[in-house]
Design a binder for this molecule. Structure first.
Ligand code: ADP
Ligand code: MG
Length: 279
């Protein structure tokens, strides 16, 4: 199996940049908190900011980035893992692809192809290394990680610069988010965890959820992950998913779209302001 990036079949070498992309994992611990929606929406936000963006569906077992975006990919990560195509040739373009005004590239997963957890460790590590190589062609790479805290999820997370942890106010989401932060800290101490609260009923309630998580981290792990932002519960999210469009292209003025745009800004700014806000 070969995940290496070589010459394309037409003899061209892939475009590469001096500075690799900022690679951001989107994680949650628990499923159903809006991780895939957040990943797709942030990809559209980064594209709108003029950044060449790649969205990777790292949730191999229950891949659904393609479903949320309404694309029908010809190849996917499962084909890459099987050794049938090179990683960079498995990219599908959304809205004209990376480099066009609102477009970005997607490396789709394949639902039912077997969970990431089932991959042998060295294949998961090779996949992570190949993503790092592919990042040379982009400004931002987002990885929608599968739920859970298994080793292979952590292997992918370890290849990232930052990890955006999505949580909501349900106790199970909060305990799983905390568990993720704890394991990530041990597994990949150089990866900066950020917290975003999704589906908050009010900003005050969202802030309270963040504070509970940040306090637990501070008390038991000795550090306070910064706040990336709060996304309010918004019926437009369901509508966009039903229409298989990003909320950014469906209704950029929707509350959840504006909230996600602020998170994209915070992640790129790198956080002095957000860290100060969260202190
Ligand atoms: N901000 C939000 N407001 C309202 N509903 C939301 C919001 N974010 C997510 N959802 C709902 O949550 C569901 C699960 O989202 P999804 O992205 O598939 O979660 P995950 O990837 O974490 O399993 C979506 O189908 C959507 O209906
Ligand atoms: Mg998902």
């Amino acid at each position: 199996m070969n995940f290496a990036l070589g010459k394309k079949p037409d003899g061209r070498t892939p475009r590469s940049r001096v500075t690799p992309a900022t690679v951001i994992a989107v994680a949650s611990g628990k499923g159903g908190v809006g991780k895939t929606w957040m990943s797709c929406t942030l990809a559209a936000c980064f594209a709108k900011m003029g950044r060449r963006t790649l969205l990777v569906d790292g949730d191999l077992g229950l891949a659904n980035v393609d479903v949320q975006l309404g694309i029908a990919p010809e190849t996917d990560l499962a084909a890459v893992i099987a050794g049938w195509v090179e990683l960079e040739d498995a990219v599908t373009k959304v809205n004209g692809g990376a480099g066009s005004p609102v477009g970005f590239d997607v490396l789709p997963g394949r639902s039912g192809s077997g969970a990431l957890a089932g991959l042998p460790a060295e294949e998961a590590s090779r996949l992570a290394a190949s993503l790092t190589a592919l990042a040379l062609q982009y400004d931002t790479v987002l990885v929608d990680l599968g739920a859970g805290i298994e080793d292979n999820v952590m292997r992918l997370a370890r290849a990232c610069d930052r990890c955006l942890i999505v949580a909501n106010d349900e106790p199970t989401s909060m305990t799983d988010a905390y568990a993720f932060i704890k394991v990530l800290r041990g597994y990949a101490p150089s990866v900066q965890p950020w917290i975003s609260i999704n589906m908050a009923d009010t900003r005050v309630a969202g802030r309270r959820t963040y504070e509970a998580l940040a306090r637990a981290s501070q008390t038991f792990l000795g550090f306070r992950p910064p706040m990336a932002g709060i996304v309010l519960r918004d019926p437009k999210v369901r509508e966009a998913i039903r229409q298989q469009k990003t909320i950014i292209s469906m209704d950029p003025q929707a509350q959840a779209a504006l909230d996600a745009a602020q998170i994209a800004e915070a992640l790129i700014r790198g956080g002095a302001e957000s860290i100060a806000q969260s202190a």
